[in-house]
Design a protein around this ligand. Structure first.
Ligand code: HEM
Ligand code: HEM
Length: 130
């Protein structure tokens, strides 16, 4: 096998760590850090914001491949819950490009973020629950 499915799972988890970190960092940045004179805070914010959609999109592909290798085919699993919520996150992002949802997409995206984190938790700690 060219790549270990378990390792691929951990690598995808590593990418999602940075995705979630942006969400958490943004909260503190807007509230507090952006008012501080230190330019490093802004630099970190910019980097995290840039990698956020890239790493999240890559996780859809890598996570699916990891699941495919783990189960020897496409089957429904707790891991599928992560993929479904990530696709939802991608869709809300595109919804933000439309005229009607230009301002509203963020609330759908934020709510989906909580579901995604929950799905990661379920898949990691109770992988065989369904
Ligand atoms: C972004 C999505 C995903 C992430 C971050 C992820 C992450 C992980 C991690 C870190 C492990 C533990 C690996 C190990 O113990 O060696 C794991 C195990 C596993 N994953 Fe995923 N996974 C994802 C998607 C999927 C999908 C879509 C499926 C299948 C449809 C899947 C099926 C499995 C299975 C069968 C295991 C082994 C569970 C066990 O017996 O302990 N995963 N995953
Ligand atoms: C493919 C999936 C995803 C794409 C394309 C995407 C894209 C984006 C973009 C473009 C932004 C705006 C950046 C800014 O505020 O300037 C954003 C914000 C955000 N994303 Fe994602 N994201 C994805 C997945 C996720 C996931 C998995 C989470 C889970 C924690 C998440 C949580 C957030 C949060 C909390 C914000 C800030 C929303 C706000 O400003 O109110 N995103 N995302």
């Amino acid at each position: 096998m060219p790549v270990s499915p378990g390792l691929l799972g951990y690598f995808t988890l590593f990418l999602l760590f940075w995705v979630v970190l942006f969400a958490v960092y943004k909260y503190f940045f807007v509230k507090n850090l952006s008012k501080k004179p230190n330019p490093v805070y802004k630099k970190i914010y910019k980097i995290l914001r840039k990698i956020h959609p890239l790493f999240a999109s890559a996780s859809i592909i890598l996570g699916s491949y990891h699941g495919y290798l783990m189960l020897g085919g496409f089957r429904f699993h707790t891991g599928s819950l992560i993929i479904i919520s990530l696709i939802y996150m991608l869709l809300t992002f595109f919804a933000g490009k439309t005229k009607n949802l230009r301002t509203k997409w963020r609330s759908f995206h934020k709510a989906g973020g909580l579901v995604t984190v929950f799905a990661i938790f379920i898949h990691y700690f109770f992988p065989w629950i369904i």
